[in-house]
Write a protein that binds this ligand. Structure first.
Ligand SMILES: C[S@@+](CC[C@H](N)C(=O)[O-])C[C@H]1O[C@@H](n2cnc3c(N)ncnc32)[C@H](O)[C@@H]1O
Length: 268
């Protein structure tokens, strides 16, 4: 990473490092903490929602490997691979390929993962999955294997409709029928008129990461021709088996019936 890149990034909050801070991590700067504190003041449920999203990520990593037999997981827009991420919960020998487009996240990630066998981290943009999948280093790792698990978790709100539709088409052509694409419809069915939510969206817009929350049926259209398996789209609450009594009814009004989104195991 060049100096100029780090100066630009450190003077401006990054969504990935704000997320790390909300998860209780230490890979963030004062500017990230200030921006995160600002949004948490508006939406006190946000750190809990971030943790729920991570718990669900661990759930899917266990499901993919132990129950569905995948030994290669390719994760897009991973954020920091801290000790609540995929590689910590999968069986030894599972190949995990992480990626993120933020150069500082990539640099920290490589520090965190130094000497972790079978776990890799690349800089790549999830809007163009071919960037990661066609990298010579990734081809060296997975060879001709296409029976893999692909993961877009906690990412859809950062992508435009066109980005999601393009990624769906590319991955559909790339993957073989034994693959699964795990997709989270982030923020689906939240209350779009909530003033707190709108204020939070303004903060993210200001830092250059505008958020787009879509109705679930719109996401279902965008990811076609992929379709969910027999479990269909599952709310994050059900995905993790969380007791709704733990949640404040007022907060739930903003966050909607799913508490932040839905996940699905998409098949060809
Ligand atoms: C909210 S975190 C999600 C992390 C992780 N997937 C999870 O669910 O815990 C968002 C991460 O996505 C990254 N990101 C956002 N847009 C991206 C893109 N187009 N390509 C790659 N990474 C992206 C950010 O840098 C940040 O680290």
């Amino acid at each position: 990473m060049s100096n100029s890149e780090s100066i630009i990034d450190m003077s401006r909050p990054s969504a990935g490092r704000m997320y790390d801070y909300m998860l209780g991590g230490h890979h963030n700067f004062e500017v990230d903490r200030q921006a995160a504190d600002q949004v948490v003041k508006m939406l006190p449920f946000l750190p809990k929602a971030a943790r729920l999203q991570r718990w669900c990520l661990q759930d899917l990593a266990i499901e993919l490997t132990e129950k569905r037999g995948y030994d290669i997981i390719i994760d897009f827009a991973s954020g920091l691979p801290t000790n609540d991420h995929i590689h910590h919960v999968v069986p030894e020998g599972t190949t995990v390929i992480y990626s993120d487009f933020d150069p500082i996240v990539v640099e920290y990630a490589r520090e965190i993962l130094a000497d972790t066998p079978n776990v890799h981290f690349f800089q790549a943009d999830a809007r163009h999955p071919e960037e990661l999948l066609n990298r010579p280093a990734v081809k060296d790792i997975i060879g001709d294997r296409r029976d893999v698990a692909l993961v877009y978790w906690g990412l859809s709100a950062f992508l435009s409709d066109e980005d999601i539709a393009n990624a769906a088409r590319y991955l559909y052509d790339w993957a073989d029928p034994a693959s699964t694409w795990v997709f989270m419809a982030q923020g689906a069915d939240m209350d779009p008129n909530s003033p707190d939510l709108m204020a939070m969206m303004q903060v993210y817009e200001k830092i250059g990461s505008p958020l787009i929350f879509r109705a679930l049926n719109w996401v279902e259209q965008l990811v076609q021709p992929w379709h969910p398996d027999e479990n269909n789209y599952v709310s994050l609450l059900d995905w993790h088996g969380m007791d709704t009594r733990e949640l404040d009814p007022e907060e739930m009004q903003t966050w909607g019936p799913a508490a932040g989104g839905y996940g699905a195991y998409l098949r060809k």
